[in-house]
Design a protein around this ligand. Structure first.
Ligand code: CO
Length: 134
């Protein structure tokens, strides 16, 4: 079921500083910052030859990454995103296996304009997992 690694998301307290690191120190191809008010974050995508890095900075008062950054002041890996062919089939299969889907369990349209779901980290080796339909 699980497909390619779509991206690794890193929560950062200071997007400008994070972009400097990836652009200047690491020499990566870095997108413009895009505010995503629906998701409570500003995102920057970094294209690597085999995957992407998604930098996340809190946006607004109720950002879903605010508490993560309280616990991880310097930032840190927030989630990993795997591609699946059929997100509903993947969700149903995982639920049947006992995994918990976050939120209301229905796919939302994510930062790439594709259906996504998040899975409970306690069911996936302590890692918040995002599924994105290909
Ligand atoms: Co993501």
């Amino acid at each position: 079921m699980i497909g390619r690694l779509n991206h690794v998301a890193i929560a950062v307290p200071d997007m400008k500083a994070a972009v400097e690191i990836y652009k200047n120190a690491l020499g990566a191809q870095v997108s413009d910052a895009v505010p995503q008010p629906d998701h409570g974050v500003t995102t920057v995508f970094i294209e690597l030859p085999n995957t992407k890095i998604e930098l996340l900075e809190p946006l607004g008062d109720a950002s879903p990454i605010a508490s993560f950054l309280e616990r991880n002041g310097a930032g840190g890996i927030h989630h990993i995103c795997y591609e699946v062919d059929d997100i509903i089939a993947a969700r149903d299969q995982l639920k049947q296996a006992g995994a918990r889907v976050l939120g209301d369990g229905e796919p939302k349209i994510g930062a790439h304009g594709k259906p996504i779901l998040f899975l409970h980290p306690k069911d996936f080796c302590g890692t918040l997992v995002e599924l994105e339909e290909r």
